[in-house]
Design a binder for this molecule. Structure first.
Ligand SMILES: [Fe+2]
Ligand SMILES: [Fe+2]
Length: 270
């Protein structure tokens, strides 16, 4: 299968890049399944129902969230009505929605998508991500119940994401990090067949501080005194993520490529 994962969509410029580029990419690259992380698509904080619809209409088969899952309050209800949006599996036990779901890709093939939050340097202590993802993967064996499995590891520490890659090796087609908004250059296929990338990067304006207009973050870093809210930077976004080809029989990755399209970053495409 041909899979595409795009990292955190950041505000208006990120949404515009998805809307303008994703429909063409689906065609040109013959994509079978597309996952987009939407946790910052609405003004940089959370995802509204309206913007979730926009990402889905542009060609996302599944939208994942993150620690900002419910910053837009309407998502508390919207996620119960839209099964294509998933939140982290180890979010609060009482959180609405689901953290993992099996989707149908082209030609009836089954794709598991799961999202999990890390614990290191995160604002809140979330439940153990390793045992939680273990339960999900055991229930959906690769090459058995599902033809492909995608794990979105939403966390701050590169070490924790790498550990999750090893933990899932051979049991997922792709393990990819989100949340830090800066793409890493370590795309690879792990020994047992899992494609891995520590961070997908964001779909946002990279002339920024992780997607935000630099003025206020700079003020806070330099003087320690904040003055206003963060607002997303509005220059042209780079679509950023990872492309994977997988074997339907085993679910394992056969090819992995970095994706960076448009905007300021060095371009990369399969
Ligand atoms: Fe996040
Ligand atoms: Fe994010």
């Amino acid at each position: 299968m041909r899979l595409l994962f795009l990292g955190d969509v950041m505000g208006r410029s990120g949404r515009a890049a998805i809307r303008e580029r994703l429909p063409r990419l689906r065609e040109d690259w013959g994509l079978d399944f597309v996952v987009v992380n939407g946790e910052n698509a609405t003004n940089g904080v959370g995802l509204s129902g309206e913007h979730a619809k926009l990402l889905l209409e542009a060609g996302a088969d599944c939208v994942t969230l993150g620690d900002h899952a419910f910053d837009q309050k309407d998502m508390l209800q919207f996620i119960e009505t839209e099964p294509r949006v998933i939140r982290p599996v180890n979010y609060a036990k009482t959180a609405p929605g689901k953290g993992a779901r099996v989707f149908e890709a082209t030609r009836g093939r089954k794709v598991l998508v799961a999202q999990v939050l890390g614990q290191v340097f995160m604002k809140r202590a979330f439940d153990d991500p390793f045992s939680q993802i273990e339960t999900v993967l055991k229930a959906h064996p690769l090459g058995g119940a599902v033809q492909a499995a995608i794990v979105d590891v939403h966390c701050e520490a590169t070490s924790e994401k790498m550990a999750m890659g090893h933990w899932c090796d051979g049991r997922a087609s792709l393990v990819v990090g989100t949340h830090t908004h800066v793409p890493t250059g370590d795309a690879q296929i792990l020994p047992k067949g899992t494609a891995y990338l520590t961070d997908a990067g964001m779909c946002g304006d990279y002339l920024s501080v992780i997607g935000m207009d630099p003025a206020e973050p700079m003020r806070r870093f330099v003087t320690g005194m904040g003055k206003t809210r963060f607002t997303p930077a509005l220059g042209e976004a780079t679509l950023s993520g990872v492309y994977v080809e997988s074997d339907d029989r085993t679910g394992r990755a056969t090819r992995v490529e970095m994706v960076r399209l448009g905007g300021r970053l060095l371009q990369s495409a399969p």
